[in-house]
Every structure is written in structure tokens, then in C-alpha cells.
Design a protein around this ligand. Sequence first.
Ligand code: SAH
Length: 212
Amino acid sequence: MYEDRREDLVNVLKTRGITDENVLRAFLKVERHLFVPDIIKAHAYSDVALPIGQEQTISQPYTVAFMTQALELKGRSKILEIGTGSGFQAAILVEMGMKVYSIERNYEFHQKTQKLYDNLGIRAALIYGDGTIGWQESAPYDRIIVTAGGPEVPKRLLKQLAVGGKMVIPVGDRNIQTMQIITKISDDEFSIKEAPNFKFVPLIGKEGWKSE
Ligand code: SAH
């Protein structure tokens, strides 16, 4: 079901500059309509963010593709995601063969996505908690992806990133953020590339915004 719609979406992603074949292949496979509420399924393959309840959104496909491409994935990497939400971004990473840990602060979303993953047979470690402090138990991570926008880069996430690893994170005010693509060169050296004009829901927590 919806195969043609996924092909159309992949063509849109290509015209917008997504070239990583493995990313595009994952978008042909992962059924986005299963990750959105029933009443908006018809829009699942449009390149727009969609509401998933409680003022949260499943990110725009282009944004998911852009961030995934920016991670420059090769082989099987250990990835930490902050902001599980609908589980779509993590499902793309799992489809690409990654070992995924994903943290969600909203218990309802955490539970709902765990159930969906159980039903679909998607294997990832879903964790309930504040992702701004990371998940020390399984650190270091080859890649970290933050799918909510914070005022700054949480220091503990930089610590939990492996040397040679990459982190993608939107940073800015509550309305607009710049995507920071960070490479950890050594324990205290980082290089940063930036892409402007993204809009994410707020990253709320100890090293994020303090309230909704
Ligand atoms: N990656 C998700 C995007 C969901 S929107 C997807 O593919 O659908 C961002 C999510 O981040 C929301 O579910 C929100 O509850 C969560 N979030 C915000 N602050 C967080 C924090 N400190 N730790 C973990 N999750 C957080």
C-alpha cells in the first residue's frame, strides 16, 4: 500500500538535494502512514510536518532525510536519538541497519511507539527519560541526532559522542533554529557546520528549555 506515494516522495526529496542512496532507499521502505494518526494518513507522503498530538509533530520528511544524510552513515553505527516522538526517524535509521537508542520524555509517546515497534517488528532500544542528559549506560555513540530544538548543545551529549563521531542538532530560539552538524575531533575539539532555518518543537529538560 502507498508504494507509489513513497516513490513520489523520494523524487521530491531528490529535487530538494538528498543524494544519499541509502537514505532514499529507507524512505521507499518505511511506511510513514503507520506513524501518523489515522485521520491524517492521506497526508503521510506529503513533504510536511504533521501533528501527532500534544502539540508535537512528526518532522517533515525533508528534515528527517537532511539530518540522516548529514550523519554520513557507513556500515553499522551505534546511534542515540533524542525525541522518539512517532518513531519515524528512528525507524529510518533501523531500516538503514543502525543500532538505535532513542529517548523520549513524554511517557505516552514512549509507550505508544514501543507498541508500534513491537507490532511492526522494529528493533530499537526505546528509553523513557530526559534526553538532554543522554544515556550514559550505552555511551559512547558513533552518532547523536536531536529531533527537538534547544537553546544550546547539551554538554553531556558532546561527552557521550565518540571521538570521530558526529552529532546533528537544531539550536536557536523557540521559533527558529540553525542545524549544527558537529564532528568530534578529540575529547575537547569539535568542528561545526551550520544550516539555517529549521523549526522544531522545543527540547525540554535539564540542558534544554526549562518549560513547555
Ligand atoms: N523524531 C521524532 C520527532 C518528534 S518531535 C519523529 O520522528 O516523530 C520531538 C519529540 O521530542 C517530542 O516527542 C518531544 O516530546 C520530545 N522531547 C522534547 N524534549 C525532550 C527531551 N529532553 N528528551 C527526550 N525527548 C524530548
